[in-house]
Design a protein around this ligand. Structure first.
Ligand code: HXC
Length: 510
């Protein structure tokens, strides 16, 4: 027996060394952790249960039969994050550059199938040179098996991808179908075709970092949802995110102990809105002041900053927040903001996370670039997402809610459950000046008259009361009481049950 145990330990020792000490040293020299070090940091201490540690590839071409590394370049299994179960795979760059073989794919598929069956999130730590070149089509088939599972798991269990090294070719499409993508600054990149191919085809000279680094994908393309300084911070942030999420679509979001009075009154909010209606203010201040312990987990912080998206807790329960940000483009909706918020709203709805919408929106951004870029379809994504969402929806209009953007931002008409307005709210088809210039065009040359008409329009519409008279606003609330009102609203909606009509699936404008 002792001999067998010794052999098992020896075999485990070999598997744990991945591609060997030299390659581990090379990985560390690049500022990257190894696949196993990453799993250890991601999971609670001693919680990791590994599968397929000895799985070996079946390739015999190109001398591969003489190169075997137990585990075949990916560490897979399950463990816990703050006591809650998750499945994980972590690609091992020290083994054939973390490239994906048929068997490597089988290991990933196994944990994805188990995650779906047992209702737990999948976290993928990606560090791979793509398809295992020696295996040809068998490797492509392996990728497609993973892709199919990404599709089936979407909306069933949360899927999170962390890009911690190269991610090229078709390999980017598995992360692309997951719910959140995080990247590590300076050591990770994602692209469909690398700089060399780009140069050959389009004559553009570009570095890997410029083409697909963390900055590009968090600021320009919006492929990634966040970028972090190094492996340790990235993995810590994934743990923080998981704490906000339900484990699957059959569960309610987690409720955590909280140490913040749900009735807390914030008198400072009574003066948040500046006297001048065109002066911006920071909507983040409101988010932080309504949330438990001012804890806001922002998603896509560096993209479309005119809208804020992320998770907070109220009375310990997760709430998704969507908020116009008046400090950027006056908080208007444009193509990028609509896409960003629509995807976030759909994630929340898929996983039963209630949505708080904070509105200060002067409308959609005008211009040829927006129209040529298809703002009609992109704006409709957000409209569609809110309209189909059946989770509890609470909306607070702080200042402007003009035009189509009023309708879009979780209005009463899109089945908002509680629609509150601050006394400073202005709910109208458009701003007073623009409205006057259209309906009093004949008086355009008479500045005095225009000023008077503008003041009349403001007097009539620059307030929440017309909408409140019609029942589109449930209550005009004192800003300082927002946390108390919203907490009570969500508490009253815990038993909400609303179903959309049966359909195979909808046809959201893409
Ligand atoms: C087999 C690979 C590999 C791959 C890297 N290696 N990529 N082995 N298949 N795809 C091996 C290398 O041969 C090397 O082995 C070791 O991993 C480390 O690679 P290096 O090149 O030394 O590392 P580095 O300089 O850091 O460069 C990393 C890299 C580069 C940028 C990822 O290796 C690279 O460009 N690889 C090829 C990428 C690629 O074209 N993949 C196919 C994409 S197409 P030794 O033994 O020398 O240390 C694709 C299709 C999928 O993925 C489609 C799905 C739909």
């Amino acid at each position: 027996m002792n001999k067998i145990l010794t052999e098992l330990e020896a075999r485990r020792g070999v598997a744990r060394m991945g591609g060997g000490q030299n390659r581990i040293d090379a990985q560390h020299a690049k500022g990257k952790l190894t696949a196993r070090e990453r799993v250890d940091l991601l999971l609670d201490d001693d919680s990791f249960e590994e599968f397929d540690m000895f799985k070996a590839h079946r390739c015999v071409d190109f001398g591969m039969d003489e190169q075997q590394f137990p585990g075949d370049g990916v560490v897979t299994g399950w463990g816990t994050i703050n006591g809650r179960m998750i499945y994980v795979y972590s690609q091992d760059f020290t083994v054939f550059g973390g490239s994906l073989s048929e068997t490597h794919a089988e290991k990933i598929c196994k944990i994805m199938d188990m995650a779906m069956q047992n209702g737990a999130p999948v976290i993928g730590l990606n560090d791979s040179g793509g398809a295992r070149i020696q295996e040809g089509v068998a490797s492509l088939a392996g990728y497609a098996e993973v892709f199919q599972r990404n599709v089936m798991a979407s909306g069933v269990v949360p899927q999170i991808s962390v890009i911690m090294g190269p991610c090229a070719g078709g390999a980017v499409y598995s992360p692309a179908m997951t719910d959140f993508i995080f990247m590590v600054k300076d050591s990770s990149y994602m692209f469909v075709t690398g700089p060399d191919v780009v140069k050959t085809v389009t004559n553009e000279i570009v570095t890997a970092e410029e083409l697909g680094g963390a900055s590009t994908h968090t600021k320009k393309s919006s492929v990634a949802d966040g970028a972090f300084e190094n492996d340790v911070i990235a993995l810590t942030e994934v743990r923080r995110l998981i704490d906000f999420l339900p484990l699957n679509n059959r569960q309610k979001p987690p409720v955590r102990p909280f140490f913040d009075d749900p009735s807390r009154v914030e008198a400072s909010l009574d003066t948040l809105i500046p006297q001048n209606p065109n002066q911006p203010y920071d909507m983040k201040e409101l988010i932080l002041k309504v949330s438990d312990e001012s804890d806001f987990y922002e998603i896509q912080e560096d993209f479309a900053k005119n809208i804020l998206t992320g998770f907070i807790r109220m009375e310990g329960s997760t709430v998704g927040v969507v908020a116009n940000q008046p400090t950027v483009l006056a908080g208007c909706l444009d193509i990028d903001a609509s896409r960003k918020a629509a995807r976030f709203v759909r994630f929340c709805d898929a996983f039963e996370i209630p949505i708080l919408t904070l509105v200060d929106v002067p409308g959609f951004l005008p211009g040829t670039s927006q129209e040529f870029g298809g703002v009609i379809k992109h704006g409709a994504k957000l409209l569609f997402a809110y309209g189909e969402a059946t989770v509890p929806k609470v909306t607070v209009i702080t200042r402007k809610a003009y035009g189509g953007a009023y309708d879009v931002m979780a209005s009463k008409h899109l089945r908002g459950d509680f629609n509150y307005a601050w006394p400073t709210a202005e709910i109208a088809v458009m701003g007073a000046k623009g409205a006057t210039e259209i309906i009093h065009r004949a008086a355009l040359n008479n500045q005095e008259k225009i000023t008077q008409h503008t003041a009349d329009y403001e007097e009539r519409f620059a307030n929440p009361f017309i909408a409140a008279e019609k029942g589109f606003i449930d209550e005009v609330i004192i800003p300082g009481s927002t946390r108390r009102r919203v907490c009570r609203a969500f508490a009253s909606l815990r038993g909400k049950s609303l179903k959309n009509p049966w359909k195979k699936h909808d046809n959201i404008p893409l």
